[in-house]
Design a binder for this molecule. Structure first.
Ligand SMILES: [Zn+2]
Length: 217
């Protein structure tokens, strides 16, 4: 018999994360482009983002070229649209936030809320999304300077300083709109991890998921 699932977060009822989430009324539009492979992962953190943030849009796929919302974003870009992606030309997010408009056209869009596109998936997944949707390469890219060690103790991070999606979005919102508390997302994330570690048992966790200290530096 299939396991009963929560209608909202789609997790098995036992590991439903809804009880830990609460609404965050953010100003910045967060658009998550989630790789299809990521959807099936039980420990994906995009769900926390979409359950908490009242201003978030999640698109699932690899090729987004036929998606109406994606098309609108790519065809009407303005200075308030950027993508969180650590490309070589990426600006620090602080600099993007404080950037002053250069042209008349840009001045007109200055009051439009910012839109930040965030890719959700492994490094390989996100590279694939970039390659399949070349329009993304034309967007201004912004990056975060890691200030916290990822708390993502369950899935092995490709790099010690890489953040989970929920941590990256939280950090970005802290910079873009410091007046908005993102504690609800951090708490949900913490609960989700603690619950999973509890469930698999400390031994399994230590054996399979803790990186040797040399890799964490
Ligand atoms: Zn749920």
């Amino acid at each position: 018999m299939p396991r009963a699932r929560c209608n909202v977060c789609c997790n098995a009822v036992m590991s439903c994360i809804c009880k830990w989430t609460s609404p965050i009324f953010n100003q910045t539009n967060i658009v998550l482009l989630q790789h299809s492979d990521e959807v099936k992962k039980p420990l994906g953190t995009a769900k926390i983002v979409s359950l908490c943030l009242q201003n978030a849009l999640v698109k699932v796929g690899v090729d987004f070229s036929t998606d109406v919302d994606f098309d609108r974003l790519m065809n009407f870009p303005n200075q308030n649209l950027a993508m969180l992606y650590p490309s070589e030309s990426a600006l620090e997010l602080h600099s993007w936030r404080n950037r002053k408009p250069d042209t008349e056209e840009e001045k007109q869009t200055e009051t439009v809320p910012k839109t930040l596109i965030v890719l959700d998936g492994t490094w390989r997944n996100t590279r694939e999304i970039m390659n399949v949707n070349p329009a993304l390469k034309n967007l201004p890219a912004v990056k975060l300077t890691p200030t916290i060690q990822s708390n993502y103790r369950i899935r092995k991070a490709p790099f010690a300083d890489s953040l989970s999606t929920v941590e990256a979005v939280s950090q970005a919102l802290n910079i873009l709109e410091p007046e908005t508390s993102v504690d609800a997302m951090s708490l949900s994330f913490q609960h989700m991890i603690d619950y999973q570690i509890n469930r698999m048992g400390e031994d399994v966790y230590l054996r399979n998921y803790v990186q040797p200290p040399s890799l964490q530096d």
